[in-house]
Write a protein that binds this ligand. Structure first.
Ligand SMILES: Cc1cc2nc3c(=O)[nH]c(=O)nc-3n(C[C@H](O)[C@H](O)[C@H](O)COP(=O)(O)OP(=O)(O)OC[C@H]3O[C@@H](n4cnc5c(N)ncnc54)[C@H](O)[C@@H]3O)c2cc1C
Length: 356
């Protein structure tokens, strides 16, 4: 008797769900992606800055998380081959800290763990970013870091999954799991029950509630950060720039994307933050660009308590897999591959026969 290919439901159409769906579809699994919003990438991914690299962090601050990012970055070469192209917004990162001593320390630490990074002087910074007015005496230059447009990357992955047979369903919220004994057999959604051999949760912080219903306390939390997209009269910056407390990069239309810490005053501080960033950009760039704010949000990033991914087949409910991790654009492709490998092993152990 020939059994149909196993059926996996992926909850969440952000970067993590898209990476998972694509890996499942490549493996010949029947995939259904359920996303509660009307479009893909509508959660944290919509507001992501899209830095893919390690240059802004001191490895010694979180050695395990840093090493994981280094490992995950290797995945992008094969991702680019598989998808034919990636939505690059910038290549190379310039980073400077509060003072030259700290910047030199950053370079030394990164070099010690094998990152391609050099300490460059003001002249070299000027050659890379000729329109920057305020230049430090030195900066760290990481040629291999890059920025991807997270929304487009998510769309690309979902389209690639769809081309391999995955079904994408929007405006469908999963409210609970459907179980039989200790095994998941589907999800209960706003469009009724949907059967599944495996359910993979890639819905960020919202995974917590679905798990709590089964007494599983997921070690997930969330924290806000601010993303602003500015339209500019002309192309002003060419690389990822991390100038102490301000991160900026070009977008693919010549505008500027800025990422910042959330204001201490909370939402009330957002308006003055926008004005302060505008002023700072006008001062930083020459000639001062005409800037208009395209969009801005204080958006919540799904984080884990340990800072390391929460990625596991749930011990309490067979066939339920969870993948939540930060930073998701960097880690998504790598963790999704590992998660799907585990799910394939699980399915094989369940004695499914699916033709490979
Ligand atoms: C300002 C900012 C800057 C960032 N910068 C970077 C960066 O430079 N590099 C980097 O790697 N990362 C960065 N991140 C983090 C990164 O964006 C996130 O780690 C990543 O987007 C998380 O992806 P996700 O798919 O896990 O979650 P999400 O994108 O939130 O996707 C989860 C999806 O699940 C859906 N969903 C939730 N519950 C349900 C349900 N019950 N039923 C159906 N659907 C559901 C949601 O609508 C959502 O679309 C940044 C984040 C922010 C906010």
């Amino acid at each position: 008797m020939i059994h149909p290919a196993p059926n996996v439901v992926v909850v969440g159409g952000g970067i993590m769900g898209a990476c998972i769906a694509w890996n499942l579809a490549k493996a010949g699994i029947r995939v259904t992606v359920l996303e509660q919003q009307a479009r893909p990438a509508a959660g944290a991914t919509w507001w992501s800055y899209g830095w893919v690299g390690t240059a802004s962090a001191f490895p010694s601050e979180a050695p395990n998380a840093f090493a994981l990012k280094q490992q995950a970055l290797r995945e992008f070469a094969s991702l680019e081959r598989d998808l034919s192209s990636l939505p690059y917004a910038a290549r190379g990162a310039l980073v400077w800290c509060e003072n030259d001593h700290e910047t030199a320390h950053l370079v030394a630490e990164q070099q010690a763990v094998g990152v391609a990074m050099n300490l460059i002087d003001r002249l070299a910074i000027q050659q890379l970013e000729p329109q920057l007015r305020e230049l430090p005496t030195c900066a760290a230059w990481a040629p291999n870091d890059f920025a991807l447009e997270p929304i487009q990357l998510t769309q690309q992955l979902l389209q690639a999954a769809q081309a391999l047979g995955a079904e994408l369903r929007y405006n469908v919220r999963v409210d609970s799991l459907v179980t039989q004994g200790d095994k998941v057999i589907g999800v209960r959604s706003t469009q009724g029950d949907i059967n599944a051999d495996v359910v993979m949760l890639a819905n960020g912080i919202a995974a917590q509630q679905l798990l709590l219903d089964y007494g599983v306390a997921a070690p997930i939390t969330e924290a806000p950060a601010v993303l602003m997209r500015w339209q500019a009269s002309e192309t002003c910056v060419h690389h990822l720039i991390c100038a102490d407390d301000l991160e900026l990069r070009p977008d693919r239309q010549g505008g500027i994307v800025v990422a910042m810490d959330y204001p201490e005053e909370g939402e009330a501080g957002l308006e003055s933050l926008v004005l302060a960033v505008k002023k700072r950009l006008e001062q930083m760039i020459m000639p001062s660009p005409t800037l208009s704010l395209h969009s801005m949000a204080g958006a919540y990033r799904p984080l884990t308590h340990s800072g390391m991914p929460y990625r596991e087949m749930c011990a309490a409910i067979k066939g339920l897999y969870v993948t939540v991790a930060h930073p998701g654009i960097i880690l998504g492709p790598y963790l999704a591959r590992l998660s799907v490998e585990e799910v394939l092993n699980y399915l094989a152990n369940q004695k499914f026969i699916y033709g490979f």
